[in-house]
Design a protein around this ligand. Structure first.
Ligand SMILES: [Zn+2]
Length: 555
């Protein structure tokens, strides 16, 4: 192509758009009479498309695509419903979602007493000694916002160890049985990167912050291979239902890759998976090199590291003290030297690195590490290094994202979940200048990929779309949106969930838009999210989810 004059290429392209190409062999699937938002620059709007095998072969008007009909073509009249490319979540935890569907869901508990009641009911049905696991509590939603005293969990489950993760995964509640299983006493020191909340006498109460959680968590029996498989399949069903066709799994142990392979080969696991290996446990992957799947079913070419904690539990690493806890600047949970070593080793093995960074100090550290590795390892920049969360970012660091080609992997619903209490943690100045700075990142030329961090948030990507364009909660509060200058447009919001996420997974040639040659992933919606009032996005539902031309969910 290089020798063909550019003007001639443009002329061919113009001809092609005026005259649809003559159909080849008939399509397997045709969708027509739809409002298709293709996300393809060449043809942003269409009425339908034709699919052969796993890929789109034609996109255009209903008349264009119906020409691809053959005797055994499945034809779907979309009845003017809206269709978008398959939606992606650029940061989720698939086993976590599966486990959360099995564990106690504590997200909507209005008080600590409600948590205790759920534990009591579950423990009553379990054998003595079995672990009661739960997740999702958030003391910021309760009338008393202090850390709870887990004492009542002893009476609720006297014969079972109890371990209940906070909504953000950065704190947990353990009862006395669980503390005993971990041999935690008043003499147990705080581990590096973590803290045991203690009562006036110095005894641990059972509230475990950040790395302290693992003292107890590692006593929980490992799920069996079969339990892992069931968790993956539960998550797969949940992801299909909400229109997710690809998920970037942010932190996967090497042995889980085999479970994925098995679930895909034998159990019909349908969601495309882009694996970020747990960066501190990559097995022999750096020797073997990345697994790149041309059909994008299962790709392993990234590692995930964690720089700091979270804002809710005051573990995010800040440059200045927490506004509501003078003297505390949060925690760097992995030493910067270690982050650098793994990022560099990953780059040499041709793996992308994705680092969790929430506080402004963590983001600065991570960008510094990416700058150094990009300078030292040839081609490292092409690996599309990723900053996961990029939540609180010093304005002076914003230009580095575009400058270094670092992807800002953001979670719009984290913003709307955190906004009720983020000003207490940060004070109004840092909120105004640094918090969830999406518009500033876009304006500075950064590439964004959007996700939810499920099961921390719900996996429904339409909630992320709504949060991105409104910065309001689901009751449309606050009026006008929270720090509304940082909102995104609908096109930007959809881009982050499609092409932006695909780019972050090196998959933009195969995924992210509806155009001939790409894998046929799309979602039929009950309403057109690009047109309706923002609040109506919340009641929009997924009608059909299609992965590679195959319907994997239908309402
Ligand atoms: Zn995460």
């Amino acid at each position: 192509m290089r020798s063909v004059p550019v003007t001639l290429v443009a002329a061919y392209a113009a001809m092609a758009s005026q005259q649809p190409p003559s159909p080849g062999p008939p399509a397997d699937l045709i969708v027509h009479n739809a409002v298709v938002h293709t996300m393809a620059d060449a043809q942003p709007a269409a009425q339908g498309f034709a699919v052969r095998g796993t890929r789109f072969v034609a996109v255009g008007t209903s008349a264009d695509v119906l020409r691809w009909r053959g005797p055994s073509t499945q034809v779907i009249d979309a009845g003017t419903q809206a269709i978008v490319p398959g939606l992606q979540d650029a940061h989720g935890h698939v086993l976590g979602l599966g486990a959360s569907l099995q564990a106690l869901d504590l997200r909507d508990t209005p008080t600590f007493a409600a948590v205790v009641e759920k534990v009591r009911a579950r423990a009553a049905k379990m054998r003595d000694g079995d672990w009661v696991l739960g997740r999702g509590w958030d003391q910021n939603r309760w009338p008393v916002r202090d850390w709870p005293a887990p004492g009542p969990l002893d009476a609720a489950a006297p014969r079972n160890p109890v371990f209940l993760g906070r909504i953000d995964g950065h704190a947990a509640l353990a009862n006395r049985r669980a503390l005993a299983a971990a041999a935690i006493t008043r003499d147990t020191p705080d581990p590096a990167g973590g803290r045991l909340i203690r009562d006036a006498s110095g005894s641990p109460t059972g509230v475990l912050i950040d790395a302290a959680q693992s003292l107890v968590a590692r006593q929980i029996p490992q799920p069996s291979h079969d339990q892992l498989r069931r968790q993956l399949l539960l998550a797969d069903q949940a992801m299909r239902r909400v229109g997710l066709t690809m998920v970037h799994d942010a932190g996967v142990a090497p042995d889980v890759i085999d479970v994925y392979r098995e679930a895909i080969a034998n159990d019909g696991f349908a969601t495309r998976i882009y694996v970020m290996l747990t960066g501190l446990d990559t097995g022999d992957w750096f020797t073997r090199g990345p697994l790149i799947d041309p059909e994008q079913r299962l790709t392993v070419r990234a590692v995930k590291l964690v720089a700091d904690g979270a804002l809710g539990s005051r573990g995010a690493a800040l440059n200045e003290d927490y506004a509501d806890e003078p003297g505390n600047r949060g925690l760097l949970v992995t030493a910067p030297d270690r982050l650098y070593d793994v990022t560099r080793a990953a780059a040499e093995a041709r793996f992308q690195t994705a680092i969790h960074a929430i506080g402004d100090r963590a983001n600065h550290e991570v960008l510094g590490i990416f700058e150094r590795v990009s300078r030292e390892v040839p081609g490292a920049r092409d690996l599309r290094l990723r900053d996961e969360h990029a939540q609180i970012v010093d304005a002076r660091d914003i230009p580095s994202f575009a400058g270094l080609g670092v992807i800002a992997s953001i979670q719009p619903t984290h913003c709307t979940s955190d906004m009720p209490w983020a000003p207490q943690r940060l004070g109004n100045t840092r909120v105004a200048e640094e918090a969830y700075p999406w518009r500033s990142l876009v304006a500075a030329g950064a590439r964004l990929a959007h996700g939810s961090d499920f099961p921390v948030e719900r996996p429904d990507p339409l909630l992320g779309f709504y949060a991105a364009i409104t910065r309001q909660d689901t009751s449309e509060q606050p009026p006008g949106g929270w720090t509304p200058d940082q909102r995104l447009t609908r096109a930007e919001a959809l881009h982050g969930m499609t092409l932006g996420a695909a780019y972050a997974a090196h998959a933009e040639r195969d995924l992210g838009s509806i155009e001939p040659g790409k894998l046929a992933d799309f979602v039929v919606l009950s309403r057109d999210i690009m047109q309706i009032a923002p609040r109506d996005v919340l009641s929009t539902t997924v009608v059909r989810t299609v992965v590679g031309g195959r319907t994997v969910y239908e309402r």
